[in-house]
Design a protein around this ligand. Sequence first.
Ligand code: NAD
Ligand code: WQD
Length: 326
Amino acid sequence: MSVLVTGGAGYIGAHVVRLLQQEGTDVVVVDDLSSSIASRVGESPLVELDISAPDAERVLAEVMREHQVDAVIHFAAKKQVGESVQRPLYYYRQNLGGLVNVLDAMEAAGVRKIIYSSSAAVYGEPEEAVVLEDSRTSPINPYGRSKLVGEWIMEDCERAWGLKWVALRYFNVAGAGWDDLGDPAIMNLIPMVLDRLERGEQPRVFGDDYPTPDGTCIRDYVHVRDLAEAHIAAMRALDGELSHHSYNVGTGQGASVKQVVDAVGAVSGLDTTPVVEPRRAGDPPKLVASPDRIADDMGFRSSTGLDEIVESAWSAWQAGPRHIDV
Ligand code: NAD
Ligand code: WQD
């Protein structure tokens, strides 16, 4: 048996690849290296391919047959919310075109199991304090829509040819499981704070007048190593009967922007006094996962706290290699 990991050189994918390698599972990675580097994959075979390219489904099916692939873990996608608003068709082509090619190849090669990277972005701006999987899905940008439509496409394939699928809706992924696997992009809060500090600048806080205890936005930060373990749990669970398809991956605990910035200060010993800037468009005040469904159905719970997440991000940041321009 082997597992095909698309996007396996990326931030989250490389963690899953390493966990699979450590447990002795054969892995083959498909990645176009558009936002990553090959060395993150280690010893596993890497096929360099843009999965959204017109001929990709044929190559993917060949890879699946050659490596006797039993399950796919599908990370490869573009993930910049702002860019998705500017270039919606590019996002649909990459994220949905890529998924359709992967599914087409799976049907052709007789591979039936897929774990899919979905996102809290499918919920948009929820009204609930804690988001359940049955909360209304109402994405507010093309990136979030592409993730939700991806779930619908897999539902259709289940009906048509028996696809077995799980969508993991990640909340705010952060930290590093190993120093060489830190987040290579400077797109999210913790890398952005570290980047500003490295330049000798103050971290920025986008709005401190939200209806939250300290006025800054609250998010659910999940350690990337825990998230990687959720994929292993989901892959095992797909061998049995699951009562649901979509699962939040978060901790159920919220942390504010100020708390995150303070945690970086405590871990690094640097002065992290922030500069407060205006609110960023489209930021919900509070987004926290209900983590119970995945705990009940798969026995997975993420409990790593903010301090440990920030410590691991800081350690990987210092170890380098630094970010990759995307
Ligand atoms: P990442 O950019 O580090 O990894 C994506 C990987 O996919 C990269 O190695 C990239 O080179 C590859 N890739 C991109 N487009 C490709 C294509 N067309 N063909 C082949 N390879 C391609 O991102 P990540 O943070 O590891 O995210 C992985 C997945 O998780 C994505 O689907 C993303 O939308 C989703 N997600 C991420 C977060 C987060 O906070 N990082 C949150 C929710 C969901
Ligand atoms: C977190 C909070 C910012 C930088 C995004 C995507 C979401 C998912 C996870 C992929 C917000 C604030 C940030 C800074 C700040 N990704 N902030 N100063 O927006 O919650 O979620 O990543 O699926 O779809 O939207 O994450 O890390 O950008 O921001 O004050 O320098 O930190 O305003 O409140 P976000 P983030």
